[in-house]
Design a protein around this ligand. Structure first.
Ligand code: ZN
Length: 238
């Protein structure tokens, strides 16, 4: 009886390891590689998730245009469907557009088939701007073996980050904290969000972006898109 219980526990642990921890370990390896690539090439990558936001994204595009830099936008399909013209503006400005699913489901909390379907639906909605094998970032940074396999099947690179700016934290940090983190390691891939929220959060995103770009100028970092950093180049939808 004890042997059976032990065997069941071991096989349940092995299943959990494969289902959740397998993708997590792959993520850790990718993050370490990103950190090395940033430090070696003295790169700063600005990434914005969950948009577009009808108010914040145009302001952000103005800021990026004024500084003549390109960023990477991981769009949520449902918001892109609401604001296709803003997505056109992001594309026209030469930024990289990538997939962040349709409904922003957390793969750890959704049924496996729903998590996989959310990825396909996101690519479907974004097909005007993102190719089938365009870059992907999982909502909440969570993947299971099922969603990982779905992304792997379409040969889409997964775009992780190395610095979370904290604009979705319950309490906003100092907007300079991502700059300090980037200075410590010589660049980085910064995660921010451009969906519309309270005004102070929009201001935080714009302020953090400005401070990061100022620091890049002082430190001599090159601003790249995530695709450029990962050596895949920016893929555009045909
Ligand atoms: Zn997200």
């Amino acid at each position: 009886m004890i042997g059976l219980t032990l065997a069941a526990t071991v096989s349940a642990s092995a299943a959990a390891f494969t289902w959740y921890l397998g993708p997590m370990l792959a993520r850790r390896v990718s993050e370490r590689r990103l950190r090395q690539q940033c430090a070696q090439t003295r790169s700063l990558v600005l990434t914005y998730d969950d948009g577009p936001g009808a108010s914040l994204t145009p302001r952000l595009l103005d800021l990026l245009r004024a500084r003549d830099v390109r960023a990477t936008f991981f769009l949520a399909g449902f918001r892109a469907a609401e604001h296709p013209r803003i997505v056109d503006e992001i594309a026209a400005a030469g930024h990289e557009i990538a997939c962040h699913t349709q409904r922003h489901l957390n793969a750890w909390r959704a049924w496996p088939w729903r998590g996989v379907a959310d990825i396909s639906a996101g690519y479907q909605t974004l097909s005007r701007w993102v190719p089938k094998d365009g870059m992907f970032r999982p909502p909440h940074g969570k993947m299971t073996l099922a969603t990982w396999a779905a992304v792997h099947r379409r040969q889409a690179p997964i775009g992780w980050w190395t610095i979370a700016a904290g604009d979705v934290a319950q309490r906003l940090p100092d907007s300079n904290s991502s700059v300090e983190q980037a200075r410590r390691v010589g660049g980085g891939v910064v995660l921010l969000h451009d969906f519309d929220r309270e005004p102070e959060r929009a201001d935080f995103v714009l302020q953090s972006t400005t401070q990061l770009l100022d620091a890049a100028q002082q430190e001599g970092w090159t601003i790249r898109t995530l695709g450029e950093l990962m050596c895949n180049g920016t893929k555009n939808a045909a």
